[in-house]
Write a protein that binds this ligand. Structure first.
Ligand code: SAH
Length: 249
C-alpha cells in the first residue's frame, strides 16, 4: 500500500507529463498555486494526470501569472480500490449532492451517476444539467487533489431513472443494490462481489413504481440498519461499509 506524502500540494493536470521537461501549469492550477497557496520558485508540488500517474515537480520560475515547473519521474502508486463501486445518486438539493460526491470520491468510488428521480427536488433542464455536471466534475478533481487519488472517477451525464435503468447492460456482472429503508437484506449478508452498483434515493425516497422498476432491472433491496439516513449519508455510509467488507478499508 502506498500512502501519499502529505506536504506537497497536488494538482490535476490532464496533459502528458514527461520526466525532465519544463511545463507551464494551465491557468487554473497555476492560479491556485500562486494566488491561493502562494507557492514560488523552489517549492515542490505533485501533478497527476487523472489516468493513474503522478509526477513530483518543482517550481522553476514564476513570470507574472505563468508558473513553470520541472517534472520529475512519474510514479503510478496504487490508491484505487480492488472493489469497483459505481454510485447512482438520485439528484438531491445542491449542497447534499455536493457532499455525496466529495465523500464518495474520498471513499474510493469508480463512477458516479446522477439520476433524476420523481421526488428529486431539484429539476435540471439541459442547460443547468450541463452546468451542474461541470460543477460535479470540478468537485471530483478537488477531492482527488486532496485525497491522493490519481485516477479521476467519472461523472456520467444526468439521466431520468427509467432511462438510466434501461442503459444498464442486461446480465451485467456487477451486484446491483437498491438502498431502501425497510425489511431488506443487510450488506454483510450478501455474497462478496468485485463490482457493485449502488442506487440511492432522493430526500423523499423513491416512489413505489421506481422501486419496482429498479427491482425489475436486477437490483436487490438492501437496508442500512434500523435508522433512516439522510440521502447524503446513505451513499457514503454504504460505500464505507462495502469497502470494509470487500474493498480496501
Ligand atoms: N422517507 C424516505 C426516506 C428517504 S432517505 C423513505 O422512506 O423512503 C433517502 C434515501 O437514503 C433512501 O431513498 C435510501 O436510498 C437511502 N436510505 C436512507 N436510510 C436508509 C436505510 N436505513 N437503509 C437503506 N437505505 C437508506
Amino acid at each position: 500500500m502506498t500512502t501519499r506524502s502529505a506536504d506537497a500540494p497536488r494538482f490535476h493536470v490532464a496533459l502528458p507529463l514527461p520526466a525532465g521537461e519544463l511545463l507551464e501549469l494551465p491557468r487554473e492550477p497555476g492560479h491556485h498555486a500562486l494566488r491561493v497557496l502562494r507557492l514560488g520558485a523552489g517549492d515542490a508540488l505533485v501533478l497527476f494526470d487523472g489516468g493513474g500517474r503522478e509526477v513530483p515537480a518543482v517550481i522553476e520560475s514564476v513570470q507574472r501569472d505563468r508558473v513553470l515547473v520541472r517534472l520529475g519521474e512519474a510514479l503510478s502508486p496504487l490508491r484505487e480500490s480492488v472493489l469497483r463501486i459505481r454510485l447512482a445518486q438520485a439528484i438531491s438539493a445542491r449542497e447534499r449532492m455536493d457532499y455525496t460526491i466529495v465523500k464518495a470520491v474520498e471513499l474510493g468510488v469508480e463512477a458516479l451517476a446522477p439520476v433524476a428521480a420523481r421526488r428529486s427536488v431539484v429539476r435540471l433542464d439541459e442547460d443547468r444539467a450541463g452546468k451542474r455536471l461541470a460543477h460535479w466534475q470540478s468537485l471530483v478533481v478537488s477531492a482527488c487533489e486532496q485525497c491522493g487519488r490519481n485516477r479521476l472517477p467519472s461523472v456520467e451525464p444526468v439521466l431520468p431513472l427509467a432511462q438510466w435503468l434501461a442503459s444498464l447492460p442486461a446480465g451485467g456482472e456487477e451486484l446491483r443494490l437498491l438502498l431502501h429503508p425497510g425489511p431488506g437484506q443487510r450488506l454483510r449478508e450478501l455474497h462478496p462481489a468485485a463490482a457493485v452498483t449502488l442506487l440511492v434515493g432522493p430526500e423523499g425516497g423513491f416512489a413505489p413504481d421506481e422501486v419496482a422498476a429498479a427491482l425489475a432491472a436486477g437490483f436487490l433491496s438492501v437496508c442500512l440498519g434500523p435508522r433512516i439516513l439522510r440521502t447524503e449519508t446513505a451513499g457514503p455510509a454504504a460505500i464505507a461499509a462495502l469497502q470494509a467488507l470487500w474493498g480496501d478499508l
